[in-house]
Design a protein. Structure first.
Length: 431
């Protein structure tokens, strides 16, 4: 499919790079681009003359779609479509994003979130269509098609049903997170904009680990995340065990943020964002090869999203430093100091400074407690010692005739559980 890409801005110069990447991610071949700087026209969004120019460009390139990097109202969409060749469609920014999401949704959870976003996008249009058609007593007002009052009710019912199912999935995932913590794992989430290199960085962190995905300890681990250079490769979440030192860490890669998303669309993917909100540590990955202005804008948006609900520490990771020279990197770090204090500078692609990131992860995770248990020698003692090895970092253990001493570090909850298990041990009867 071929597409002409267009964007209107109130002032300045239209930047068509992101919408072009989005169109390509959706499967379009971008054959032409066109921008306009002017205030929004109520009827067309663009000026009518510019719409005529776009229509001519669509016809000339035999494009299948006009992709607009703006949110169009239903009547603007209809009016622009009326000027295009009959077989060409108008696709605005959010319709395009939903199309990409739909293509990438593989799991039931992802599919539900996409469907919820689509319904939330459609609802105000169904309401407007019904309201105007009633007011003018003309079904199909302005050629938008006949309205059906029941459609609005159906959408609201579907939204409620989907939210209930997503809530049920979220409860199961919360149970899973708690089981992981009970097993001694710390949970680290990768957040940031799409194409910041999160998936590549995740592969780097887990690259030397041989994970048995059928193991009883964590059977829910997913395949390693892809690291292709395209938007929205990671629509769902992907979790891998990472090697960071003495701590047992599970790292989750989540769907990338993208600029100018409306609240309703972010809310539709709330279930996916829970992996970030409920982590023990968040790594906010930023593409260091972008301009300072782009990096600042994205950091502000990420902070607004994360700090609203997130309670875990957030560490900024400046990724892709293999594309930036030392002087440029120093200038960027200084310019962004207020938003990204003490960042970790890495290259997920080359592995540069990834060991520094591992050390930083371990330092930033919630503190472990030190414990020393003196265990009586019983039939169950060795099982408990084995359990401590599985759930904690054992510093030392020694064996005497009638007892075992185990010194270890672990999450406070693990220490408390180990103490409880030790209290249940009954010394063997002397023979």
């Amino acid at each position: 499919m071929k597409a002409v890409v267009a964007k209107r801005v109130d002032s300045g110069s239209p930047d068509l790079n992101e919408i072009t990447d989005l169109a390509r991610a959706a499967g379009y071949e971008v054959v032409a681009t066109l921008g306009q700087t002017r205030t929004e026209d109520a009827a067309y969004g663009f000026g009518e003359g510019k719409v005529d120019e776009l229509a001519a460009l669509v016809a000339e390139t035999d494009a299948d779609a006009l992709v607009v990097d703006n949110r169009l109202g239903p009547y603007q969409t209809f009016n622009i479509g009326g000027k295009l060749p009959a077989d060409a469609e108008v696709v605005d920014r959010f319709t395009l994003i939903l199309d990409i999401f739909g293509q990438r949704a593989q799991t039931r959870k992802a599919q539900l979130q996409v469907e919820l976003a689509e319904l939330r996008y459609e609802l105000p249009r169904a309401e407007a269509k019904a309201s105007l058609a009633k007011r003018d007593e003309r079904p199909g007002f302005m050629g938008l098609g006949e309205y059906d009052e029941s459609r609005e009710r159906d959408i609201k019912t579907q939204i409620s049903d989907i939210k209930r199912e997503l809530d049920s999935i979220a409860e199961k995932e919360e149970t899973r997170r708690e089981k992981r913590r009970e097993s001694g794992f710390d949970l680290v989430a990768l957040a940031g904009y799409t194409n910041a290199g999160k998936s590549t960085l995740m592969r780097r962190l887990a690259t030397e680990l041989d994970v048995d995905e059928n193991a009883d300890l964590h059977p829910d681990l997913d395949p390693t995340a892809e690291s292709e250079d395209r938007l929205f490769t990671t629509l769902g979440t992907t979790t891998r065990r990472a090697d960071v030192g003495t701590r047992d860490v599970l790292v989750t890669d989540t769907v990338g943020f993208i600029s100018d998303l409306p609240h309703w669309l972010v809310e539709s993917f709330q279930s996916t964002l829970d992996s970030v909100y409920y982590a023990d540590l968040v790594l906010l990955v930023v593409d260091a090869s972008e301009s300072v202005e782009e990096m600042r804008e994205k950091l502000v948006t990420c902070h607004d999203t994360l700090y609203e609900r997130n309670e875990a520490p957030i560490v900024t990771v400046l990724n892709k430093v293999d594309r930036v020279d030392d002087d440029e990197l120093a200038d960027k770090r200084e310019a962004l100091q207020a938003l990204a204090p003490n960042p970790v500078v890495v290259s997920g692609l080359t592995g540069e400074n990834v060991d520094d990131l591992r050390e930083r992860i371990e330092r930033e995770l919630p503190d472990w407690r030190e414990e020393r248990l003196v265990l009586p020698m019983t039939d169950e003692t060795m099982s408990l010692v084995s359990w401590v090895h599985d759930h904690a970092h054992v510093e030392n253990e020694s064996y005497e005739t009638d007892h075992v001493v185990v010194e270890f570090e672990a999450r406070p909850a693990i220490v408390d559980e180990a103490r409880a298990k030790a209290g249940e041990l009954t010394p063997a009867e002397p023979r």
